[in-house]
Design a protein around this ligand. Structure first.
Ligand SMILES: [Zn+2]
Length: 349
């Protein structure tokens, strides 16, 4: 079990390879064979291999009582910056994982041979790719993508039910098996008790406007914005605000067409938008019109979960070309997005 090759868990490496971003220089703080010890159980883990680096941590494969585990290790240099890290990690250990889809700390560990703190976590799926690496029609099917959307919404709902939220979440923090559509939630060290201040502030295309503008700290409401953007980019293969205009405006705002995708240059969202049933388009519209401006107007994670379940159940295939389609009871003139033939009653739910 410990003879795993570098192909065993290349997720972190795949991430940086894809993005083309400068890979964080990984200095292995923990040499192979070093012992780290659980602060509660006193049980030893033996470091076997550096797997890669997360945002703040180094990830190691280790053996604990003959079983493979992962150790996330935070060097002292990081702890000096993130002074509440240890307390936050302990809080997550005490509360327990929101569901088994989360890579989650089980116990804090320390070592007499290295300065820093770590935690023991469950093993990641070696076949998972981050959401940023998945594209419908390229390496994931429409059906698997819908399942990813369902599991993602359910996971965020489970996190919120525990009174927790993310300081920041993006498409590198959610990973999925592209074949099965089963997901893993990654960045537990960016999880907060909802309502507590965040040490880490994020920007970028997945972060809610009120957080980017530093009007408010992260909360379950900012998670709901991030969740809607993640679902939109997953299903529509485009960012919901990146159209031909300059304003902070939904590209399919029903009352203002000034930020519509540009035909010829942004054809993918123009096509993708038409293949989903009206109830999905309505939820995205609410999320990125009223929900863009008012955080209380955002679509709740439970509502997203239920919608994704309904979407999953409404999957069908075109009787003519066998493309994956959705039945849409609200559409008067439902046509196959692929071959444009009319979809008869056999595709209706
Ligand atoms: Zn067709």
């Amino acid at each position: 079990m410990m003879g795993q090759t570098t192909a065993r868990l290349p997720l972190y490496l795949r991430r940086s390879e894809r993005s083309g971003s400068k890979r964080r220089r990984v200095v292995a703080e923990l040499p192979n064979g070093l012992t780290v010890t659980g602060v509660t159980s006193g049980i030893s883990c033996h470091i076997a291999e550096l797997l890669g680096a997360g945002r703040q941590s180094e990830i190691y494969l280790a053996a604990r009582l003959g079983e493979a585990v992962e150790i996330a290790w935070y060097p002292d240099a990081w702890r000096a910056f993130d002074t509440t890290l240890r307390d936050r990690l302990q809080e997550l250990v005490d509360r327990g994982a929101p569901s088994d889809r989360f890579i989650w700390p089980k116990e804090l560990v320390t070592s007499s041979g290295a300065a820093g703190i770590g935690c023991l976590t469950n093993l990641a799926n070696p076949d998972s790719l981050s959401l940023g690496q998945l594209a419908i029609g390229t390496n994931v099917s429409l059906g698997a993508a819908v399942n990813i959307g369902y599991e993602l919404a359910e996971s965020v709902a489970a996190l919120h039910a525990k009174g927790l939220c993310y300081a920041v979440i993006d498409d590198n923090d959610v990973a999925a098996d592209p074949v099965t559509g089963h997901i893993e939630m990654w960045n537990f060290d960016n999880v907060l008790v909802d309502g507590t201040p965040a040490r880490i502030r994020g920007g970028g295309p997945f972060v809610a406007p009120e957080v980017v503008l530093q009007q408010r700290g992260p909360s379950r409401y900012s998670d709901l914005y991030s969740l809607a953007v993640l679902l939109f980019t997953l299903l529509i293969s485009h960012h919901p605000l990146h159209g031909g205009g300059e304003e902070l405006l939904f590209i399919f705002d029903p009352e203002d067409e000034s930020n519509r995708p540009v035909p010829g240059r942004q054809d993918r969202p123009l096509l993708s938008w038409t293949i989903y049933p009206q109830f999905i388009r309505d939820l995205f519209t609410r999320a990125f019109t009223a929900g863009l401006r008012e955080r209380e107007a955002r679509v709740d994670a439970v509502e997203w979960r239920n919608a994704m379940l309904r979407l999953r159940d409404s999957r069908s295939s075109c009787p003519l070309c066998e493309a994956e389609v959705f039945s849409d009871a609200a559409a008067v003139d439902a046509r196959c997005w692929n071959c444009r033939s009319e979809l008869g009653d056999q595709t209706r739910a």
